[in-house]
Every structure is written in structure tokens, then in C-alpha cells.
Design a protein around this ligand. Structure first.
Ligand code: PLP
Length: 382
């Protein structure tokens, strides 16, 4: 990606810069590759709920996958149809469930029997029937960082398979919930498609089990989790959506009239964002040089939270290369964006681009150390 350095250098740092052309190209690619099989995609709002990003995604015709009441409200405010809103999460509060019921959202992705009973009770009080999908824990290893693995039996997410019989027995006794589908989500930043193959095999087994009990879910929702190339954002600005959707087309045993749904977050918005910061000081350490930048873990927490790698570039300098630890100003040793990063010789005032920060970047920003939240700028508006 060629960053418009002259324009960016006029803007006070740190800030997020979004490449809207890349976002739109990515959306078109997803639409084309999923659309040819008739698959429906809900965008996982938690990856990035920036107004302009949401607007582009809504305009492209995607639904919204939400994990809190405020996300449901945000999606509706952004103009997503209630029929395209699904609501997941292990700990939905009563007010959040009520919000979903009042707005007749498409589906609650239910993660436990007690939650199912509460949704039934709240729906009954409103004289409504809530559509639910069971989030089943398929015990598939996503082979990703353990903080973002969600589909193993030891994780807090979903209903484990030994409990399934029970769940369907409870469902049969409740009048104000109706089965819409079954739901899976095995983790995030999955780059080895084998994990999705394993998921397909498990889903097929579970479908057989359901059919043997005369249960026919209308929707199979296989969640999100497709990874992006953090190492090579310019070589691979878009994930290989073609192979991803083809895999499900070939391996997942979809019944006639069944719909297949996806909930993609990172793979849609990850590569379009860049965190731009400025070098404040360069300081010599014992073994290393520190490039101290004006962005910190309050602006981008992923490296501190789960040792995430982001490509770091000095976009101002073309001098000979050296190694730097690129760190922020926050009073935490984990406030470090990269160790021994090879950069052209770096000086105070240089612009540093931290790449592939469109997902779980701006949305996770916080005000620790009473810092200001980062602002956002867009390629089509600067
Ligand atoms: C976070 C999440 C997603 C999106 O995950 P990505 O890795 O960003 O694609 C999808 N579904 C559920 C239930 C989630 O919690």
C-alpha cells in the first residue's frame, strides 16, 4: 500500500488511517466468493465499529454479528436490518436480551441452558417467540494463540457436546423460543485451513445426530476466524476468500433449504487500517535502541494483550537500516509494539506506520494514563 505521506504528515498523531478502497475491494471479494454459493455473511461488529467502516459494510449488504446490547443498538442505528442482526455472547444481561427481543432480531446465539431459559422467560413476558441458535463447542483446535481459541471443551464458550441431548430436551419444553439454527465459532486469526476442515467434519457429525432425532436446523452458522497476513500486508492485502468458502462448499454437508452463515470480522477489516504515530525520542538502551513513539498500548493493545505481531514501518526515512525496539509512552513494560524491528535510521519526528490494525485496534482503544482516544482518518477524505 502506498501511504499518502504528504497528507498524513499534516495530521496530529497518533491516529488510525483507513484505506477505504481496500475495504471496499475486500467487501466485494467476500460478496462474490460467498454469494456464488448463496452463503450469508454477518460482519462481526466487535472487530471495528467505526461509523464509516460500518456504513461501508452495511452498504455492501452484510448482516451484523453482535456480542453486546450496545453492539446490537449500534448495528440498528447504523441501518443494519433487524433481520440481519444476530446476537452471541456467554453473558447476555436481561436488558440486552430485552433489547434484542424488542427489535425482533434474527437470532440469539445461545451458549447455555440457563441462558435459554431466561430468553424464554423474557420472551414470554413480551408475548414473543425468540429465534435461537445453539452455539455448540465442536472441540476443534484452531491452532492460534490460546487467548483467541474458543472452540475447545476447556473454553468458556458454547455448549459442550455431552450437554446437547439435554439442551434439546429443555428446548422442547419451552414455548417462547424456537430453534433457528446451530452455531460454531472456533477462534480467531486462523491461517491453517485444516482447522476449518476439522470443523466441517464435526458439523457433519452433529447434523447426523440431529437428524436422527428429527431436528432440522434452518441455519448452520460456522462463525468467523479467518486470519490475515500480518507479516506481508502489501503482498496479501486480502485473505484468500475463494479457498475459504470453497472449502465449506466442498466439505460441509448442507441439507436442501439449509442456509450457511458466516461471521467474519478480522478478515474483512484487518488490513484496511494503519496506526500512524510519530517518533518522540530515540534513546540508547544497554543492548538496543529504543524508538519511543507517541502511540501506546492505549491506542493499540494487541501486542501487549496477546503478543500480536504487527508490521512496523518508518515511512519518513530511507536511510541505512538499524534495529529498534519500538515502544510507546505508557507506564507499562508491555507497552511495546515490536522488539528488534529493522527500520531505516530513525529520528525524532519520523512517521511510524503500524500496519494491519483495522481489526481489534481502534475499537479496543482506551484512556489508560488519561490519554486521548485516537481519531480516525479515511483515504477518501484526506
Ligand atoms: C469474534 C467473533 C467473530 C469474529 O471473529 P474474527 O476472528 O474477527 O473473524 C465471529 N463470531 C463470534 C461469535 C465472535 O465472538
Amino acid at each position: 500500500m502506498i501511504l499518502p505521506i504528504d497528507n498524513l504528515s499534516q495530521i496530529p498523531t497518533p491516529f488510525y488511517y483507513y484505506n477505504m478502497e481496500l475495504l471496499n475491494a475486500t467487501l466485494q471479494s467476500v460478496k462474490q466468493e460467498a454469494g456464488q454459493y448463496g452463503y450469508k455473511v454477518h460482519y462481526a461488529v466487535k472487530a471495528n465499529a467505526n461509523d464509516r467502516i460500518l456504513e461501508a459494510i452495511r452498504a455492501a449488504g452484510f448482516g451484523a454479528d453482535c456480542v453486546s446490547g450496545n453492539e446490537v443498538q449500534k448495528a440498528l442505528d447504523a441501518g443494519f436490518s433487524n433481520k440481519g442482526v444476530v446476537f452471541a455472547g456467554v453473558g447476555k444481561a436481561d436488558w440486552e436480551i430485552n433489547l434484542g427481543l424488542d427489535n425482533d432480531i434474527a437470532c440469539f446465539n445461545v451458549e447455555s441452558i440457563p441462558e435459554l431459559e431466561i430468553i424464554n422467560e423474557l420472551a414470554e413476558a413480551k408475548g414473543k417467540v425468540a429465534k435461537v441458535a445453539f452455539r455448540i463447542n465442536p472441540n476443534v483446535n484452531a491452532n492460534t494463540h490460546h487467548y483467541i481459541t474458543t472452540g475447545l471443551e476447556e473454553n468458556k464458550f458454547g455448549i459442550n457436546q455431552w450437554d446437547l441431548e439435554n439442551v434439546f430436551d429443555v428446548l422442547a419444553k419451552l414455548n417462547n423460543v424456537e430453534l433457528e439454527g446451530i452455531h460454531f465459532h472456533i477462534g480467531s486469526q486462523i491461517t491453517d485451513l485444516q482447522s476449518f476442515k476439522d470443523l466441517c467434519i464435526r458439523v457433519n457429525e452433529i447434523q447426523k445426530w440431529l437428524i436422527s432425532r428429527h431436528i432440522y436446523p434452518k441455519v448452520i452458522n460456522v462463525g468467523g476466524g479467518l486470519g490475515i497476513d500480518y507479516e506481508h500486508p502489501d503482498e496479501n492485502p486480502m485473505p484468500d476468500f475463494k479457498s475459504f468458502f470453497k472449502l465449506f462448499h466442498e466439505l460441509l454437508d448442507l441439507k436442501p433449504d439449509q442456509e450457511l452463515h458466516f461471521e467474519l470480522g478480522r478478515s474483512i477489516v484487518g488490513q484496511c487500517g494503519t496506526l500512524i504515530s510519530r517518533v518522540l525520542y530515540v534513546k540508547n538502551g544497554v543492548n538496543t535502541k529504543f524508538a519511543i513513539v507517541d502511540a501506546g498500548m492505549s491506542d493499540l493493545i494487541r501486542p501487549a494483550l496477546y503478543q500480536a505481531y504487527h508490521r512496523i514501518e518508518n515511512i519518513s526515512s530511507t536511510k541505512a537500516e538499524e534495529k529498534y525496539d519500538v515502544v510507546g509512552p505508557i507506564c507499562e513494560s508491555s507497552d511495546c509494539f515490536g522488539k528488534a524491528v529493522t527500520l531505516p535510521q530513525t529520528d525524532r519526528g519520523d512517521l511510524i506506520a503500524i500496519r494491519s490494525t483495522g481489526a481489534y485496534g481502534e475499537i479496543m482503544a482506551n484512556r489508560y494514563n488519561l490519554r486521548e482516544l485516537p481519531l480516525a482518518y479515511y483515504s477518501d477524505l484526506i
